[in-house]
Design a protein around this ligand. Structure first.
Ligand code: HH2
Length: 270
């Protein structure tokens, strides 16, 4: 298996396909497996390097779903994609990750960085998948109540370094790992901004960085609405281009075509 940085050169776009009724920006849109699979294929046609299929919302306040329900949502989509499309499975459950890899997924995107279900490390190691390890302070149900850090960039980097060491000790080769600051996961607007400004602190860990700022509420708040729960497309594109220019490799986005076009120009001008 080639290193992640060769398989996903900078910048690569990851398209988001949430097979959920309650995701913060696209809940219910892709609940029908046919619709979800068609969206995934369209995203690849539009230039995404990979699509991230998820059956559990991690929006602020969400409580999680059962294993059976998560499998019921994502398995039909993966069956329809039939291994013809590069897929990342957005899950914290070992069983979902294993089933998804059997059905052709090449990456496991675990927003708990192997804390939710430690057995997921063995699945990733044994099946030879790529993995994204993400930082989150707290858990989705409560993470936005009062996020607090002394030095957000240093603390996020220390956490990701520890999780990466653990993954390697469990048999996951380092060159299959990418790291994610977890924009909006137990972070205020200011924390998210600082993480992007100081992305070099994460890059110093030596692994490709994935950033998911697309549609997140911090963007709407930055534009002046303190009650915003989402952010608009132009703001998402600006954040993705800024993240790319600061060194991010994979940009996780909902609106693939627009981001691919913006990043192609940013790359040409870099
Ligand atoms: N953000 C979300 C979900 N998964 N995974 C990674 N690695 N990085 C992220 O920033 C990230 C993620 C939240 O976005 P979305 O999937 O659109 O919403 P929801 O969790 O409500 O389904």
């Amino acid at each position: 298996m080639i290193p992640l940085e060769e398989r996903f050169p900078r910048p690569s776009v990851m398209g988001v396909v949430n097979v959920t009724p309650d995701s913060f920006s696209d809940g219910g849109v892709h609940l029908d497996p046919e619709v979800a699979a068609a969206a995934a294929r369209r995203m690849i046609d539009e230039g995404a390097a990979i699509v991230d299929v998820g059956g559990e919302s991690t929006r602020p306040g969400s409580a999680g779903v059962s294993l059976d329900e998560e499998l019921r949502r994502v398995v039909p989509v993966l069956e329809l994609l039939a291994g013809e499309v590069p897929v990342s499975i957005d899950t914290a459950k070992a069983e979902v990750a294993g089933r998804a890899i059997e059905l052709g997924a090449v990456m496991v995107n675990d927003v708990t960085a192997f804390r939710g279900d430690p057995a997921i490390a063995d699945v990733v190691a044994q099946c030879g998948a790529y993995v994204c390890l993400m930082h989150m302070q707290g858990e989705p149900r409560t993470m936005q109540v009062a996020p607090r850090y002394d030095d957000v960039a240093a603390e996020v980097a220390a956490f990701l370094e520890e999780r990466m060491r653990l993954a390697v000790s469990r048999g996951v080769p380092e060159d299959r790992i990418c790291l994610d600051p977890g924009i909006g996961f137990g972070k205020t607007v200011e924390h998210n901004i600082e993480l992007l400004r100081r992305l070099d602190v994460l890059l110093a860990l030596g692994r490709p960085v994935l950033v998911g700022f697309s549609r997140k509420s911090s963007l709407g708040k930055l534009l002046g609405d303190p009650e915003a729960t989402t952010g608009p497309l132009p703001a998402s594109i600006a954040a993705a281009v800024a993240a790319y220019e600061r060194g991010a490799t994979i940009l996780r986005v909902h609106d693939v075509r627009e981001h691919v076009e913006a990043l192609a120009v940013a790359r040409a001008l870099a």
